[in-house]
Design a protein around this ligand. Structure first.
Ligand SMILES: *Cc1c(COP(=O)(O)O)cnc(C)c1O
Length: 428
C-alpha cells in the first residue's frame, strides 16, 4: 500500500482486492455502476478529530467549507458533530440549512454576494457575513438598515501573502478579487460606524488552498494582529480571528503538516489575541476520504503511447484539467503486475480530458476497475454535465457497510426542463 492508499483508509485482501473501510470496491461498482464516488466516513471522522484535538487548547470554531463536498450526508455528519459551515452562495446556504446546520453556525463568504443572497442571509440570521469589499459593505449597510437584530460581520482582509500553490487556488495576495486591501480598512470601519446594525465580529483571511506550510498563516497572523489592535482602538470589539481554510493533504508525495504541527507556531500569538480562532477547512476534512471508481472501456496504442480510456471524465473530476492536479491511480484488482507508462483519459471531446499522462500502471484491460484517489474534495462538487454526461452516483462507506447518498443522474433528467420550441409560430 502506498501512503495515499493508506490516507484513504484502504486495504487489500490477500488476493489483491481493494477495500475501502472494509467494503470491496468491486462490489460497489457491481451494485451501483461506474463512475462512482465512494467516501470513507471513518477517514472524515478521523480528520475532524485530529483537527479538534490540535485546537483543544484554544477557543475555536471549525466551519467546514462546504464547497469542497456538499453532499447532504457529509454535511449532516459535520452538523451532528457540532461543526459549522462556511458557505459561498445562496444555494450553499439552503444546502447547509437543509443538512441541519443551525443558522448561527453558518458563515457566508464570497466575493460576489448579490442583494438577494445578502437579504436571504439576513433573514435566516447567519452567524456571520464575511465581507470582501467596500462595495459589499455599503450594500450590506443599506440592506441591514432597520433590521431588528445586529448583523455580525467579519472583514475578510487581503493580507497580500504569496503562497506556494497552484495560481488558481491562491487567494491571499494583492490585486485578486478576494478580500479587502489593508489600506481600505479605515474606510470599512467608517462604513460600519455609520451603520448601527452592523457589528464587527471578526477579522479574517483565507490565503489559498492545498498549503503545505504554516509560514503563510504565520505571516498573515503577523499582519492581522496589529490590525486587530487598530480596530480595537477604533472602539470595535471583534471576538474572532479567522485564518480561513487551505490545509493541504497528500495527493502524491507531498508531506502535509499535521494539524498539531500547523497550529504549534501560531498557538502563542492566537492565545494572546484574546480571540476565538475560526478555521474553514474543506479539502483537509474530506479530500483523502474519497475515491472515484472508473471502469476501463478501451485500451489503445497510438503514437508510441499506451492509452487507457475509462468511463470517468473531466466532467466528473476536473482537477487534473483545471489545475494540472495529480490523482494517484490504482487498479482495484491484482496490483502487482509489472507497470507500463500509461495515459489515462476520459471519453470527453477535449484534449485536456486526461487523468494522467505517462503514468506507470499495470496493463489494465477493458472491463477492469481503477480507483482515482484523493477525490473527496472538489471532485463531485465541481462536476458537470458536459457532453451530456449524467453525473456520477455517490456512496458513503463505513465499517464494512455502505449507503448511497446520491443516485446516478438519469440521462433524461439532463434535458427534461429544456424548451424545444420557444416560438410556437416556428416551422415544426
Ligand atoms: C474554498 C474556501 C475554503 C476552503 O479551502 P480548502 O483549501 O478546501 O480548505 C475556506 N474559506 C473560503 C473563504 C473558501 O473560499
Amino acid at each position: 500500500m502506498n501512503p495515499v492508499e493508506l490516507d484513504a483508509g484502504m486495504t487489500r485482501t490477500a488476493d489483491g482486492e481493494l477495500l475501502l473501510a472494509g467494503v470491496p470496491l468491486a462490489e460497489l461498482a457491481e451494485q451501483l455502476g461506474t463512475p462512482l464516488y465512494c467516501y470513507n466516513a471513518e477517514v472524515i471522522d478521523q480528520r475532524l478529530v485530529q483537527l479538534q484535538q490540535a485546537l483543544a487548547q484554544l477557543p475555536h470554531q471549525i466551519n467546514y467549507a462546504i464547497k469542497a463536498n456538499s453532499n447532504l450526508a457529509i454535511l449532516a455528519r459535520f452538523a451532528r458533530r457540532g461543526v459549522g459551515a462556511d458557505i459561498v452562495s445562496g444555494g450553499e446556504m439552503l444546502r447547509a440549512l437543509a443538512a441541519g446546520f443551525p443558522p448561527g453556525r453558518i458563515v457566508f463568504s464570497g466575493a460576489g454576494k448579490t442583494d438577494e443572497e445578502l437579504v436571504a442571509a439576513l433573514t435566516c440570521g447567519v452567524g456571520q457575513i464575511s465581507v470582501e469589499s467596500l462595495s459589499e459593505l455599503h450594500r450590506l449597510a443599506v440592506l441591514s438598515d432597520n433590521r431588528p437584530n445586529d448583523v455580525p460581520i467579519g472583514l475578510r482582509i487581503n493580507p497580500d501573502v504569496t503562497v506556494d500553490t497552484h495560481p488558481y487556488i491562491s487567494t491571499g495576495h494583492g490585486g485578486l478579487k478576494f478580500g479587502i486591501p489593508i489600506d481600505q480598512l479605515d474606510d470599512a470601519l467608517r462604513v460600519i460606524d455609520a451603520a448601527p446594525a452592523l457589528q464587527l465580529n471578526a477579522l479574517a483571511v483565507h490565503l489559498g488552498s492545498q498549503l503545505l506550510s504554516a509560514d503563510p498563516y504565520s505571516t498573515a497572523l503577523d499582519t492581522l494582529l496589529p490590525l486587530l489592535e487598530h480596530v480595537r482602538e477604533a472602539r470595535h470589539r471583534p471576538t474572532v480571528l479567522g485564518l480561513g481554510g487551505g490545509l493541504g493533504i497528500r495527493y502524491h508525495n507531498e508531506n502535509p503538516l499535521t494539524p498539531a504541527e500547523w497550529v504549534a507556531p501560531l498557538q502563542q500569538r492566537l492565545h494572546q489575541s484574546d480571540c476565538s480562532l475560526h478555521l474553514e477547512p474543506g479539502r483537509f476534512l474530506v479530500g483523502n476520504a474519497g475515491v472515484l471508481l472508473a471502469r476501463v472501456i478501451h485500451r489503445k496504442y497510438a503514437g508510441g503511447r499506451e492509452i487507457v480510456v475509462v468511463d470517468a471524465a473531466m466532467n466528473d473530476l476536473i482537477r487534473p484539467a483545471l489545475y494540472q492536479a495529480w490523482h494517484e491511480i490504482v487498479p482495484v484488482s491484482d496490483p502487482d503486475r509489472s507497470p507500463v507508462d500509461t495515459d489515462v483519459v476520459g471519453p470527453v471531446c477535449e484534449t485536456g480530458d486526461h487523468f494522467a499522462l505517462g503514468r506507470p500502471l499495470p496493463l489494465v484491460q477493458p472491463g477492469e476497475l481503477i480507483a482515482l484517489l484523493g477525490a473527496g474534495a472538489y471532485g463531485f462538487s465541481m462536476s458537470s454535465n458536459y457532453n451530456s454526461r449524467a453525473r456520477a452516483a455517490e456512496v458513503l462507506v463505513e465499517r464494512g457497510r455502505w449507503g448511497v447518498i446520491r443516485p446516478r443522474e438519469r440521462l433524461t433528467d439532463l434535458f427534461n426542463s429544456e424548451v424545444k420550441q420557444p416560438f410556437p409560430d416556428d416551422l415544426p
